[in-house]
Write a protein that binds this ligand. Sequence first.
Ligand code: GDP
Length: 470
Amino acid sequence: IIKKAFMEGKMLRPGQELSPTETEEIGLLYETVINFVEEEKKEEELDNELVDYWNKVYEEQKDSLKTRPPVVTVMGHVDHGKTTLLDNIRNTKVAEGEEGGITQSIGAYQLEYNDKKITFIDTPGHEAFTEMRARGAQATDIVVLIIAADDGVMPQTIEAYNHAKDAKVPVIVAINKIDKPNANVELTKQQMVAKLNLIPEDWGGDTITVPISAISKEGIDELLEMISLVSEMEEIKCKPNGQARAVIIESKLDKFLGPVATVIVKDGILKTGDYFIAGSTYGKVRRMIDDQGRTIKKALPSTPVQVLGFNEVADTHSILYVTNSLNQAREISGKKKEKEDLANQNINKKHVKLEDFMKMMEGNQKKVLNIILKAGTFGEIEALKNSINKLQNPDIDIDIVHAGIGTVTTSDIMLASASDAVVMGFRVKVDNKAKKDAEKEGIQIKRYDIIFQLIDELKKALQGMLELEE
Ligand code: GDP
């Protein structure tokens, strides 16, 4: 595939992830129709039904929509001060307003500044943008792009900005670390212009730019004020009443509580006792815990809250929709599950296993077995290659797609998945991530310590005589 794509002027690397469109393009090089894209579309249909439903609700209830507090994400290059800023805002502002202060972190928090609420997401990632947008909702209303004044615009600054721009989310720039002696605010602004095409307001542009120090807290009040201002200008709206929908920003299996997720309510009021679907799972809101560890019975729009009562761990970044009844929740999630299982089966079926190699190749004139070989030393690789080559015969081609030294890693699995190969390890370990990925991708990993055994199993596989050992 890599060679063929290269001839067509497209550069690919082993292990590279492809978009559905790219997959389709490559499929066309082989005159193969990839149904993958279709499958994915089908999967999204159910979500789309719900999205359509909500769009209609918005259309019909235009006049009764109300503003809600903004949900803010801080993004920027590593070490530019995201965590420090979020922690310090939380510690000063939330603790100021509430007795007792924070008891636990649920991944997002809400504060009040000049009588206006603002919600901050604690642990943002770029995926949150792309995935949630694909699912028809946006978690974030405003992005604070943080740039350290002693380091300037860096690659992840640009990446973060591009995500925000793609998602059409307004951006406020916070130039951080101005307390440092080598901070250079002017130079940082020049780089904003040159590298991001963002012109600060005080330079005649329209990008709100606030110099801050996350450590000394200088400028933080101003930043919060700017957030309030932008949110007013943006008129962030919601459906204030009725059944809720919410975005899931974090999800995990808690040892004591079972599957839990932190959600931010986008519309309606989420209540204890509500039934819901979320991605391919469903549940009933058994309990809700707010960002200060208190149990609450109702969560209004833009409130972050931890929800207990999921049937299974939900996909992060999926959308939670309240349904009329448990039956409705089960029914919708059941339909989704069926589709997912089907898609997974198709994935696993695709890859070759030594035991059924001959069966899979039945009817093919030329049978090709692809192998990825990992061993402890060069000497071992050479010895194995020689022995394996002796097994070649006119009907069967054994292709060693890749031979390398050392532990079997994820990149071997990805290559195996791309080339439909079996991974054979000789006197090497398999790392844990590779094991998990192999399971997910349906890739077989075989391990041997004795050459004879490896060759013997290969021989049997080629004769269609190897029994499945699992
Ligand atoms: P993140 O990777 O963006 O989350 O960055 P962190 O918040 O972990 O900050 C990286 C380092 O920069 C830490 O050592 C912080 O103490 C330091 N730092 C963050 N903000 C400031 C600031 O305003 N001034 C100074 N002097 N150091 C800061």
